[in-house]
Design a protein around this ligand. Structure first.
Ligand SMILES: [Zn+2]
Length: 90
């Protein structure tokens, strides 16, 4: 790897990290993300970093899917049964 490519590679890593959020930040934002989504707003446009993170992070994606499923149950008017909860947590 020559010097120029190395610099570009390094810059790339730091810039990517700059734009990424941590799991903790994602955790704080993901319920807001689901809220926006279930109220019909464009959650991806408002919180693109959450979207980016859950696409890359398995743990946060699971968290997101669980919250989303719960929100969906609530929207449909019924509280989730224990079995529903179990299957959404898995
Ligand atoms: Zn994460």
């Amino acid at each position: 790897m020559n010097r120029e490519r190395f610099d570009a590679w390094l810059r790339n890593i730091y810039e990517t990290q700059d734009e990424e959020i941590s799991c903790t930040e994602c955790f704080d934002l993901v319920s807001r993300f689901v809220e926006l989504e279930t109220s019909g707003r464009d959650a991806v446009a408002e919180l693109p970093k959450v979207k980016q993170h859950i696409e890359q992070c398995r743990a946060c994606r699971d968290e997101y899917e669980t919250l989303r499923d719960l929100a969906r149950f609530e929207n449909e008017g019924g509280a989730p049964s224990l079995d529903d909860l179990r299957s959404s947590i898995r």
